[in-house]
Unconditional design. Structure first.
Length: 125
């Protein structure tokens, strides 16, 4: 099965039904607010954000959920506050039939920004 190709995050979001697109826009707004200097694009067929030239966070919509891909270190660090959600190595899923946990998503992005800054500082030494 060939993955659809999108040139922008706007095009990606607009390809979904109204309600799903609205949820994706909320996640995008949180990412932009918590990481205003992150570069936005499409990678692996989903919305992708880079910070300090490294992957920061991705998100993608599926039939029953939205997946937020924030690297394994984030899932491990925030596991105690993500127990309500289905998680895997570097992913957390938010079901469409439940409200988006906006404070948790902000926390995930903030964690990734902090982690990226720390990595960048180590590399600069």
């Amino acid at each position: 099965m060939k993955m659809k190709s999108y040139k922008t995050v706007d095009a990606y979001i607009k390809s979904f039904p109204k309600e799903t697109a609205s949820r994706l826009r909320l996640i995008r707004k949180i990412i932009r607010g918590a990481a205003p200097k992150a570069a936005e694009g499409i990678s692996y067929g989903m919305a992708a954000y880079k910070f300090n030239d490294s992957p920061l966070i991705y998100f993608a919509a599926f039939k029953k959920h939205i997946g937020v891909y924030a690297m394994p270190s984030t899932t491990k660090a925030l596991m105690k506050v993500m127990t309500k959600y289905k998680t895997s190595k570097g992913t957390v899923q938010f079901q469409h039939d439940e409200p988006l946990p906006l404070p948790l998503i902000r926390r995930i992005v903030a964690y990734r920004v902090k982690e990226s800054r720390a990595k960048n500082a180590r590399m600069a030494r």
